[in-house]
Design a protein around this ligand. Structure first.
Ligand code: PRX
Length: 632
């Protein structure tokens, strides 16, 4: 952990950090002035724990800040350099995007959408996805984007929870050369949801689809729409979007983000972390269906009037050089991706990136999961040619934007491979023990956030009690993100993975509870426990332990297949386990709680540690035998 990489010389931006830490409210008040406000706020922060309202009384619009503000100075500048998986490409200037968004905002209005309505968006990575989100923001509708890898059941649950009466989808999207039939999935999802009034269908692939009376084609609607639509003057805490994310219990929760605070957080972190300049070509590989895409593909780059690359498909299609080809083609200067993608690129070998001219790149980023030091070093050497800082950014769907990261736009500090370095200014983070006390350096503990921050979620959609219990009950007056961390002697923070039952599979967030409830819904299954095991590429992959109902005799490999299939249908292919172990009983505490920690250690071939609370030792012995024989 002592290894340091100096990328340029410099120090902490001491003055700025000091001011930010001594008076975080005034600090953020100043940052908010970088945005356009229709009218100013009269209170910077209304903190009614655990609910924060930022810039109270201020009127703002996210779409206005993303588009209108650039029309005089940057109307011809490319906003999006779009690359389709099938070789299509398109350049969309700020003025083009402005027109498309106003037209689509009028389309939404013509479909009866008004301020506060929810609109579900289930689209591939095409520019119309950004157009749809900004059009919602323009009229004050709340978008709820669903990752295009989720299944019909997942979509149904989300549409039902948010009560979206409008769904925007496409006939299909390209992924690894195949057409993903999104419209078919939506048809299945809404068949029992009578409150859905309209489905807007974009023709992306032109594959045949069935049409119902609810369906309207994107192009037809746009043909008739006016290209002028004023942006609504919205309260600072007007909800901008709901994004569903997995937790430790039940179904995914609707994380609700507001406008003024969220945009302030994004504007500042994008400037500090990426040191953004007018000439930059930014490329974030995240799918917009996840929070990184919402914050650092859609809103932050547009707030800054930046040019960015948007790619539709798989990073290794049609071959392993696709990413580097795109970076070279567009002369990307900033590349922001995930450790999972980097592990895959690293496995493909150095010759591939070395055969491209990547000299335009000046800054590299990582997000979504811990980055292994050897992967960090590979990224630094092979992609960054030892001249580009790597910003390892820690944050969550709930935090809205980056919370821990090196900030080359603000200060140049030595980097340590695998450490996110320090909290962003104006954010108060500590590492504590089980009881909330600060712990000594170099000791693993729990990350907590002590004060509200502007990108903080407003709450969970229609579920204040859950919001309080999930994030604000483990510690008094502190937000609990659910991550392990430690601080070293230089004050650098090291993120050590989830401390709860949330899995990170290829950077995608999934809850053990949703998987387990899907598995036990099979008629043969009595109980199930799911855990993650380490995976060379995906970081973590899923292992399930299953106990059959008494008296059931069944071909286990057939049942395994059926369960895999059920998970694909109920959640989506990303949630498919690597393996299912059929066992007689699960290890439990005397009070009946499943000891997932033990299962995880056994499945990972690690020492199982303290078993003093275990009720029945024989459960562990049997599982060890089954796992060991499968592994050998
Ligand atoms: O465990 C942390 C991990 O991802 C979780 C948040 O997942 P999600 O809400 O899907 O947002 C991902 C994109 C921001 C965190 O609780 N995580 C995220 N970034 C890092 C990370 N773990 C280690 N290092 C990171 N840079």
């Amino acid at each position: 952990m002592s290894e340091k990489y100096d990328v340029g010389l410099g120090n902490h931006n001491v003055t700025l950090r000091k001011n930010a830490n001594s008076d975080f409210v005034s600090f953020w008040d100043n940052q908010a002035k970088n945005l356009h406000w229709f009218s100013p706020w009269n209170q910077t922060l209304d903190w009614n724990p655990p609910f924060a309202k930022w810039f109270v009384g201020g009127k703002i619009n996210a779409c206005y800040n993303a588009l209108d503000v650039h029309q005089e100075t940057k109307s011809d500048k490319p906003a999006i350099l779009w690359e389709g998986e099938n070789g299509d490409s398109k350049t969309i200037a700020y003025s083009d995007l402005f027109i498309e968004v106003q037209k689509f905002a009028n389309v939404l209005k013509s479909l009866g959408v008004i301020k506060g309505d929810r609109v579900t968006i289930y689209l591939p990575m095409v520019p119309e996805l950004i157009v749809s989100m900004l059009a919602c923001a323009r009229i004050g509708a709340i978008h709820t984007v669903i990752f295009s890898g989720f299944s019909a059941t997942s979509i149904k649950d989300r549409i039902d929870d948010s009560k979206s009466e409008i769904v925007i989808t496409a006939d299909g999207g390209y992924r690894r050369g195949k057409i993903i039939k999104l419209k078919e999935v939506v048809d299945d999802a809404i068949k029992d949801l009578d409150f859905v009034r309209h489905v807007v269908v974009l023709e992306r692939t032109k594959n045949p689809i069935s049409i119902s009376s609810k369906d309207k084609f994107w192009n037809n609607l746009m043909d008739d729409a006016s290209d002028s639509c004023d942006a609504e003057r919205l309260d600072s805490d007007h909800p901008l979007y709901i994004l569903y994310t997995s937790g430790t219990t039940g179904k995914p929760k609707g994380v609700l983000h507001g406008t003024g605070g969220y945009l302030t957080h994004l504007y500042s972190t994008f400037k500090w972390a990426f040191d953004i300049k007018d000439s930059d070509v930014f490329f974030c590989t995240a799918d917009i269906g996840w929070v990184t895409g919402h914050s650092y593909v859609v809103y932050a780059p547009l707030l800054h009037g930046a040019t960015q690359i948007m790619y539709e498909g798989a990073p290794d299609f049609p071959d392993n050089s696709r990413m580097w080809e795109i970076l070279e083609k567009y002369g990307a200067t900033i590349f922001y991706t995930t450790p999972t993608a980097l592990r895959m690129f690293m496995k493909f070998g150095d010759d591939i990136p070395n055969s491209f001219n990547l000299s335009s790149i000046r800054l590299l980023g990582s997000v979504g999961e811990p980055i292994n030091p050897e992967v960090w070093k590979w990224y630094f050497k092979i992609i960054g040619k030892e001249k580009c800082p790597i910003i390892d950014t820690w944050w969550q769907t709930e935090t809205g934007g980056m919370m821990i990261s090196p900030l080359p736009g603000l200060e140049t500090i030595p980097l340590k491979p695998g450490s996110g370095t320090f909290p962003i200014p104006g954010v108060d983070i500590s590492v504590v023990d089980e009881y909330g006390s600060e712990i000594p350096n170099n000791t693993k503990g729990y990350l907590v956030i002590r004060k509200p921050w502007p990108g903080m979620l407003l709450g969970l959609w229609k579920n204040d009690e859950k919001y309080k219990s999930v994030y604000w009950s483990k510690y008094l007056d502190c937000y609990y993100p659910g991550d392990y961390a430690l601080k070293d002697d230089d004050g650098y923070l090291w993120l050590l993975g989830r401390a709860d039952d949330v899995l990170k599979i290829a950077g995608h967030r999934l809850g053990t509870a949703e998987l387990e409830s899907c598995i036990v819904s099979d008629e043969h299954v009595s109980e199930s426990a799911v855990c993650g095991i380490s995976d060379d590429i995906k970081g973590e992959s899923i292992i399930a332990f299953v106990v059959l109902k008494d008296g059931i005799v069944i071909d286990e490999s057939l049942l395994e297949k059926n369960i895999f299939n059920k998970i694909r249908i109920d959640i989506g292919p990303i949630a498919t386990p690597k393996k299912i172990y059929f066992v007689k009983k699960l290890p439990k505490t005397r009070s009946g709680k499943i000891m997932r920690r033990l299962l995880k250690s056994i499945a990972n071939g690690e020492n199982i540690g303290d078993t003093s609370t275990l009720d029945d030792e024989s459960a562990v012995t049997e599982i060890q035998k089954i796992v060991n024989s499968a592994l050998n």
